[in-house]
Design a protein around this ligand. Sequence first.
Ligand code: GTP
Ligand code: SPV
Ligand code: MN
Length: 612
Amino acid sequence: MVDVESVLNDAGLTNPAVQEYVRYWADHTGADRVEVVNSSDDDRLIQESLDAGEIFPVGEGAYYSRSYHKDTARSEERTIVATNRESDKGVYNNWRPASEMKPMLEERMKGALKGKTMYVIPYLMAPPGSPLESFAAGVELTDNRTVCLHMIRMGRVGVEHIQGLKDPSKFVRAVHVTGDLENLGQGTDADQRYFVTVADERTILHFGSSYGGNALLGKIAHGLRQAAYDGWVSGEFLSEQFMLLGIRDKQTGKKYHICGGFPSASGKTNLAMTLAPDALGDRYEVDFYGDDIAWLWVAEDGKLYGMNPEFGVFGVAKDTNEKTNPTALESIKPGSKALFTNVAYNPTTKEVWWEGKTDAPPADVTGWVDWKGQVIAHRTADQQDDPWAHPNSRFTTTLANVPNVAEDFEDPRGVEIHGVIFGGRTRDREPLVRAIEDVAEGVYDGLTLGAEATFAAEGVEGQLRYDPMSMRPFMSYPEGDYAAHWLKIIGAAKEKPIFAHVNWFQRDAEDGHFLWPGYRDNLRALLWLMEYHNGEVTGRKTAVGVIPTREELKLEGCEVTDEDLDRLLTIDVDRWKQELANREVHLKAFTNLPEEIWEAHNRVVADLEKES
Ligand code: GTP
Ligand code: SPV
Ligand code: MN
């Protein structure tokens, strides 16, 4: 048996509550070795991983790995929020009793680390000194060295974050066991995987994956699910799947911060890292703060603040290129120590490629292997069209590598929030942007956020898959309470943010082209929103919010036709009435939905009626 105590003492991890926790799990999993991980171990761990063939070099100073081919994304069905009280059961959180799930996970993890090393990763999901720091401390235990490399990039990792805790026992206990990936029955009736957050015990037990949010427990499991629960129980803050950006107006010297939620793979990373369009670049600059999680709270000065608890970016590789996201490309260049997962790789030239990186894949396929490790040159005729990279392949890099990262991105005080936006992929109905001043109506808009049902098989034409605040896969407590908590937190702010719904994805009904050019041009909608918030423009009032007039949008250098622009700035009252009927069904599923939310809904219904 390992002498856990001396390993931890030697590493300076003397916090007795941590020692007790690590000792318990080292015994239970039967680990052969225990090793404490600090971010300063990165170079050594990279070398060990290269030597072991777990990662491969990409040029100089970047790396590549593949996950098991049945282990490439989060699994929503296998993800569970467990607590000790049934009143925590919501519509989306897959609630189960803690008394049922804990023994089940303990059973799966028993003896699972025989012959293996248990890595102990002390981390902080907040800039040190943050007012929410006490909710941000955690210790992940993992059997996977690549997970350590990712955690060093995605969180702040080091013994110092756990040694000085005000309450030495207040840290999230996050246990990750990879399991025997080839024998877990992923996606079958005999699926062995379980990803459980025991929220009221601040314990995370994930079994059966080495990928992304399933395995980097500081990120989604702690940073979103656990933090959302903590924010609600403490009454102190919100944790949301939000991006966070700043806009600097060099002419007036003003600075704005906007956060907002788009469902997974709907453009948060692209928006957060965007640059101003060339024609507006002399006046405006965009600062990057975060692309996936924001914590929001009201500080003593009565203002609403936001911060990104993460230390890095775990971004979708597909379609990342010079045009769509030049800053992302810059952040993963040689020397960045970026990690690529499940893209295509060429071990001879040490290059990576993914769909959309360039118009066509490399013409000379010599040496290239796809994300499954299969040699491209050996593909059979019917495999020719298979993607080279997995559609959920990702890059991992630290925030500091992003060229337009905000100067104050690590300021523990966070930044004042001026706008909260929601957006999904909606091919019709949703205009480019509609501003909402009333807080309850803004929260209502977030609760009714949705993305269109992709391929017709499951979806009803024109009906959305609702994804409240883009939190559907990460919801940890009941939706009615969630809405009430939002009203409470934002309601406490002396200066209210403006809400807005945005849509970059409206399409032409005939030929399907995107009406709006998107990407860098999206800033134009946000600039209008801030000017509206400042009272500099008035817009046009509609039943579903205030819409810009064409003259109010800064359109210099924007390639959009007059006809498309008209459509982007129009409300189709009949389509909206249809949508409102769907919303009613959606909201009725939530118990204890605050009366203010129903009032907002009814107001919009009545206003639409007046407009028709
Ligand atoms: P998660 O990390 O899964 O939470 O995703 P995300 O919300 O950060 O999504 P991401 O920014 O990676 O974008 C996903 C896809 O949307 C990419 O393929 C982008 O190219 C595409 N996309 C982003 N912004 C736009 C836009 O303005 N217009 C169009 N047409 N596509 C966009
Ligand atoms: C998402 O799926 O929304 C992600 C990736 O950001 S993961 O960390 O795997 O959840
Ligand atoms: Mn995400």
